[in-house]
Design a protein around this ligand. Structure first.
Ligand code: FAD
Length: 425
């Protein structure tokens, strides 16, 4: 059983992995399965990363729970991995092979006696925005991050911990698992190599003013669409349009929303074409008569993913329009949205009215706002550059826009590289 809670103030391992998403879990697991020791730190209360917010994976359309569960099983059964959640790097000193890392552990306010019985949640009167659902609904102030949360343990949002009403929550716990007076601690880790796998966030769609997100209610983004389709999402899996909860009869997908655009993200995020075609299948599965319009510059479905695109083209309810959407407006009479684009094959200006539009926004590396220490070189867009002179190796979407299977490959290579750097010098 991997050790979750640090009892010592100093720990050591061959590799430190920062970020507990697909990339970070993979780097830690691959390291541990070669017999080396890894410390995996995640700043949120649970491992999993962004994939736990995805309803189904392309191209197989299976739930992400399968992959996450396999990784968690490998972590739980390997004593070479030490997992620290609510953990962030404060500072790094030393050199490759001999790094000293200060790690800050924020309080969870719930100890290891928690059995996830949920009695605390039932009596809690305070609510917070549910970050898993991009704030579209609420959780209680004491909450389980999601059903597959690891560690499987409740957590209290620090904003509410001092509220008088939390005393009732403490009393409701039959296991004495809630400790409102927990304090942050800083521990030291001595490690040989470091993998930085801090992943991505969605591009802020409110910046793409011509596409109306944030102003027009029935314009959503691709990450929100994943949550609308998910059973544990804000609509319990029913895809309805936000303004009036109406079932949808037509949906427009806007590719390259802010991507490949010098004013926003100049690069291609590599996954948006596949993600939209996949999300279009969510719509078609719930509404067999619904029409789907996909507006694109070019469809990027490399390698075997092309089969998925070909299959989508066979569906007569899928309409592919080659042209970038220039403007989205609202029809005030019915709340529909009107997508305006030039069809670059025919030169025709087309206006398409649909119930709801989905903006395929790209992935922004978290390293843009939260750069790795030791002057780790970043490329022009904020991804970690392949230069590993300082000993820090980027993995997953922190290093490049990748889908899950490319993330796994990249993170496996990154672990090997970081271990090699850590022992060579
Ligand atoms: C709409 C959409 C749909 C998608 N659908 C699919 C799909 O169907 N199939 C597919 O293959 N791919 C899909 N993807 C891509 C997939 O989400 C990524 O490939 C995957 O999330 C990459 O994993 P990662 O570990 O690099 O990053 P993340 O999933 O972002 O994980 C990074 C982790 O690091 C943590 N972290 C961040 N900063 C710190 C810090 N300073 N300290 C400690 N921890 C930190 C984060 O909290 C997070 O847990 C989709 C992407 C989008 C946008």
């Amino acid at each position: 059983m991997a050790n979750i809670d640090p009892l010592e103030s100093q720990i050591s391992a061959d590799l430190l992995v920062v970020g507990g998403g697909t990339a970070g879990m993979t780097s830690a697991i691959e390291t541990a399965e070669t017999g080396k020791k890894a410390i995996l730190i995640e700043k949120l209360p649970s491992l999993g990363g962004r994939v736990v917010t995805i309803y189904q994976y392309f191209p197989k359309l299976c739930p992400p729970t399968c992959g996450v569960e396999i990784n968690l099983r490998r972590i739980r059964s390997n004593p070479n991995i030490r997992v620290l959640t609510l953990a962030e790097v404060e500072s790094i000193s030393g050199t490759p092979g001999d790094f000293e890392v200060k790690i800050k552990l924020s309080p969870r306010y719930v100890n290891e006696k928690c059995t996830c019985c949920g009695d605390c949640e039932k009596v809690c009167e305070l609510e917070r925005d549910n970050d898993l659902n991009y704030g579209l609904n609420k959780t209680k102030a004491i909450y389980l991050p999601h059903l597959m949360a690891y560690p499987p343990r409740y957590v209290i949002d620090p904003e509410f911990v001092k509220d008088e009403s939390m005393k009732k929550v403490v009393e409701a716990c039959p296991y004495d698992a809630i400790e409102l007076d927990m304090e942050p601690v800083t521990i030291t880790a001595k490690v040989g190599g470091i993998v930085w796998a801090t992943g991505w966030k969605p591009y802020d769609a409110t910046k793409i003013e011509n596409l109306g997100f944030g102003k027009i209610k029935n314009v959503v983004t691709n990450v929100i669409m994943e949550r609308l389709a998910a059973d544990n999402g804000p609509t319990e899996g029913k895809i309805v349009r936000p303004s009036d909860q109406k079932e949808v009869t037509s949906v427009g997908f806007v590719q390259c929303a802010g991507s490949r655009d010098e004013n926003h993200l100049p690069y291609c995020s590599a996954i948006c074409c596949m993600a939209s075609m996949k999300e279009a299948t969510y719509v078609r599965a719930q509404y067999p008569d619904a029409e789907v319009h996909i507006f694109y510059i070019d469809i990027r479905s490399p390698g075997r993913l092309e089969d998925f695109y070909v299959k989508m083209q066979e569906d007569e309810k899928f309409h592919f329009h080659r042209g970038k959407v220039a403007k989205i407006t609202e029809n005030p009479e019915n709340g529909n949205v009107i997508l305006e684009a030039e069809n670059t094959l025919t030169g025709e200006i087309i206006k398409t009215e649909v119930d709801m539009a989905v903006l395929a926004t790209g992935m922004v590396p978290n390293t843009v706002d939260d750069a790795p220490p030791l002057d780790t070189p970043l490329d022009d867009f904020g991804f970690i550059a392949p230069d590993t002179t300082n000993g820090i190796v980027g993995a997953g979407v922190a290093a490049r826009p990748y889908d899950v299977s490319a993330t796994v490959q990249d993170a496996t290579g990154a672990a090997l590289k970081a271990l090699n750097i850590g022992t060579r010098r």
